[in-house]
Design a protein around this ligand. Structure first.
Ligand code: CTP
Length: 422
């Protein structure tokens, strides 16, 4: 792909265009035409308020499809729900502050918000709002929440608003919306053909039938990697230790408890995989002889547990691997790069994602993380604090460039910058 001859990722794609009740709703008419002109099939869903600004008929004529607005048109609704499940991308433009709030909270009280919950595709939201609402702490919180979930929210532009005020709130220009859709579609397909095996979460090592040794891992980073790989077209198997997270759809989930079980599950799927990403926080030691009955405290003044090494899964996979790219994580509290480098070499990895778990705002349990990605060919990429879902995309992009021999790293980053309107 060259910049003079960009690939049109919209060609033949199914786009759901959601229009909400903003004065900028008329701009969605032009957006619809632009999407269609690039070869996309576009279905339009309007909120009831949107129909006060532009008639459904306008969109019907231009899209060639019936525009549905009412949640209670059951037949149409079901059709549209499956349409949102099958869409390649969903674009909400313009999105009001009310719609952004509903989306952030998962409310589903009309057809468009219901479809948003059913969507399995990349979602692009282009807000438009008057009166300085964009800076209101509640709106900021909702936008951050959506972004943490991987939704692309395009900052509105500054300029004169319908009220006459000059503030940030104008719907971003059409070109930027189109770029964001193209970028989401490109990201969606660049891992097609890859089989990704991801591990996530902690392991639990039994002391007795009711007690175990574990760690603080929430599993969020590994789940984010699994979801990002799925969204970019890969087939994904997620081997997960016990977490409180919802099972991601479109991913095969294998639940395990101990390091031993995780090792067995990872080895079983190794042959199938083209890329293996060990994001799990696996125990290094486990009780040597777990008690078969609950240990009693009576009669004891102390208790000594004997631990033995747990299997080092990456070392095992490294010894067995054939063509797979092997990626590890290094969760450190000090000497980040030094320790990560050693793990990269000792465990025979292609790349390692190093993160300082003591950093403010990132680490265990947080929705955000910062990391340094080191690769076997000596590259080092520092990724600042960002939602784990976005960090997952950065990691995948780095692995992809490793697969391409590192040659495209800069070019890919440039293409991504050009195509991304975050
Ligand atoms: N790992 C593994 N098997 C283990 C322990 C860790 O495969 N028994 C993997 C982790 O999933 C991670 C990488 O090895 O991808 C580094 O894990 P980390 O806990 O940072 O390092 P350790 O190898 O356990 O070394 P240490 O605890 O001394 O830092």
């Amino acid at each position: 792909m060259t910049h003079s001859d960009p690939v049109n990722f919209l060609q033949g794609k199914r786009i759901l265009l959601g229009v909400t009740g903003s004065i900028a709703a008329y701009k969605a008419v032009s957006l619809l035409r632009a999407l269609k002109a690039r070869g996309a099939f576009v279905s339009v869903v309007m909120t009831a308020h949107a129909t006060e600004f532009v008639t459904p008929l306008t969109f019907e004529v231009l899209s060639g499809e019936r525009v549905v607005t009412d949640l209670f048109q059951m037949h149409e609704e079901m059709k549209h729900l499956s349409a949102s499940e099958n869409a390649d991308a969903m674009v909400i433009a313009p999105a009001t502050a009310n719609f952004v709030a509903k989306a952030a909270l998962g409310l589903a009280d009309d057809l468009l918000s219901t479809m948003l919950l059913a969507a399995q595709c990349p979602i692009i939201v282009a807000p438009a709002m008057d009166g300085g609402m964009w800076e209101h702490p509640t709106v900021v919180e909702h936008v951050n929440r959506l972004r943490a979930r991987g939704v692309v929210v395009l900052d509105p532009e500054e300029g004169p608003l319908a009220s006459g005020r000059v503030a940030q709130g104008r719907l971003v220009c059409e070109e930027k919306i189109l770029e964001a859709v193209q970028s989401a579609l490109r990201l969606r397909s660049d891992w097609q053909g890859e089989h990704v095996l991801v591990s996530a979460g902690p392991t639990q090592e039994a002391i007795d039938p009711v007690r175990f040794i574990s760690n603080r891992s929430s599993g969020k980073m590994g789940y984010a990697v699994a979801e990002a790989a799925r969204d970019r077209g890969a087939r994904v198997v997620l081997v997960t230790g016990p977490t409180a997270l919802a099972r991601p759809c479109g991913v095969e989930v294998v639940s395990v408890t101990s390091a031993q079980e995780m090792a067995e599950a990872m080895c079983r799927h190794l042959e199938w995989a083209t890329v293996v990403i060990m994001a799990a926080a696996v125990a290094d030691f486990c009780p040597k002889d777990p008690a078969s009955q609950k240990l009693k405290k009576s009669g004891r003044s102390s208790l000594v547990l004997e631990l033995e090494p747990a299997p080092d899964i990456l070392t095992i996979l490294s010894a067995r691997k054939t063509k797979q790219i092997l990626v590890g994580f290094a969760a450190e509290t000090e000497h980040l790069l030094e320790h990560a480098h050693r793990k990269l070499t000792d465990k025979g990895l292609d790349a390692i994602v190093a993160n300082d778990v003591t950093q403010h705002g990132g680490g265990f349990g947080s929705d955000q993380n910062a990391a340094v990605i080191l690769t076997r060919d000596g590259r080092r990429r520092e990724v600042p604090l960002m939602p784990k879902r976005r960090l997952a995309d950065e990691i995948l992009t780095e692995i992809k460039s490793l697969r391409a021999g590192g040659r495209t790293s800069t070019a890919m980053a440039r293409e991504e910058d050009n195509g991304r309107a975050r």
